[in-house]
Design a protein around this ligand. Structure first.
Ligand SMILES: [Zn+2]
Length: 313
């Protein structure tokens, strides 16, 4: 049996664990195998095995028992995925095989809100009222509750929660924080790319320098002072280039420390207006909100309580 890419020889998770974990969360958010593959290829350019991967292989990974550490029914490996997530993915896969389930992915908040108590994603549901001949306002419902058919004692979400309130939480109440977070990650990504380019140039120059130094020694031993001096001239120029690159690297690392707070890239404001792009970006940032009773929050500072509303008459 071929070892799954996220496990090392000892059966522990290796550095690719975030990839399999992203695959599951994208799948639960309603993304198909092609989108998932494109997304992870983009996010993990250094994982070279992805280049030869077909979209259908993604579905193979999702169904693999080894994701939760099992092999032929026995716990053998370190689990990369928690069991709730894994079995939820299997349910979705089974459902999709048999009937055409309406994909959730057109919702910008799909898969982003979790039931605090059980940790499962809140599904988005719309129900059709035959009498009124219209859809109800969409609501969030814990996927564990939905799967088991009744509320688990672990769940902290109540039966349903209005999706519009979650919308308000993300797009009004937390808008600024989200945009700042996206900006930071965008700048960081650019910086990492520049850094890796400079580091590659640096290592090329260093090996060039080594070569010249070997030449100088040889020529000096052979008594060819003229040739040795010629080579020395080259090494001086290379040393200058190396210094230049090292200065640039240092400047980059300083820049990352004085990241200007509150900066927002205008291009990202647009991204919040495209549901799919927004959804993928939020998954990438792991910006999940939790639902605890009527309280929706990212953290202590960014927390919002829905009080419901009463009608006057
Ligand atoms: Zn729950």
């Amino acid at each position: 049996m071929r070892r799954p890419f996220w496990l090392d020889r000892e059966g522990n998770c290796n550095e690719y664990k975030p990839i399999i974990s992203d695959i599951f969360s994208l799948y639960l958010s309603g993304q198909g195998q092609h989108n998932i593959l494109n997304f992870i290829k983009d996010k993990y350019p250094d994982a070279s095995f992805l280049e030869k991967t077909n979209a259908s292989t993604v579905m193979g990974w999702i169904s693999k028992e080894s994701a939760i550490g099992m092999w032929r029914g026995n716990k053998v490996y370190e689990a990369a995925i928690d069991e709730d997530t894994y079995y939820l993915a299997q349910d979705i896969r089974e459902n999709r095989k048999h009937k055409n389930v309406r994909s959730n992915s057109e919702w910008p908040l799909s898969g982003l809100i979790k039931c605090k108590g059980c940790g499962c994603s809140m599904n988005i549901q719309e129900s059709y009222n035959k009498k009124n001949k219209r859809y109800s306002l969409p609501v969030l419902r814990c996927s564990l509750t939905q799967r088991v058919g009744k509320r688990s004692p672990k769940c902290t979400s109540k039966g349903t929660f209005p999706l519009v309130v979650a919308h308000y939480f993300y797009f009004e109440y937390s808008r600024r924080i989200i945009l700042e977070r996206l900006t930071k990650s965008e700048l960081n990504k650019e910086r990492l790319q520049q850094e890796s380019l400079l580091n590659r140039q640096l290592s090329k120059l260093k090996s060039k320098l080594d070569n010249y130094q070997a030449v100088i020694e040889e020529e000096e031993e052979a008594g060819n002072t003229k040739a040795a001096r010629h080579a020395i001239k080259y090494t001086l120029a290379i040393e200058d280039e190396i210094e230049d690159i090292q200065n640039k690297l240092q400047a980059l690392s300083q820049e990352s420390r004085v990241e200007s707070a509150g900066l927002i890239l205008p291009d990202l404001i647009e991204s919040t207006e495209e549901p799919k792009r927004f959804n993928v970006a939020m998954h990438q940032q792991q910006l999940f909100a939790f639902l605890d009773g009527n309280r929706l929050y990212f953290n202590k500072e960014q927390s919002f309580e829905y009080q419901g509303f009463e009608s006057e008459n």
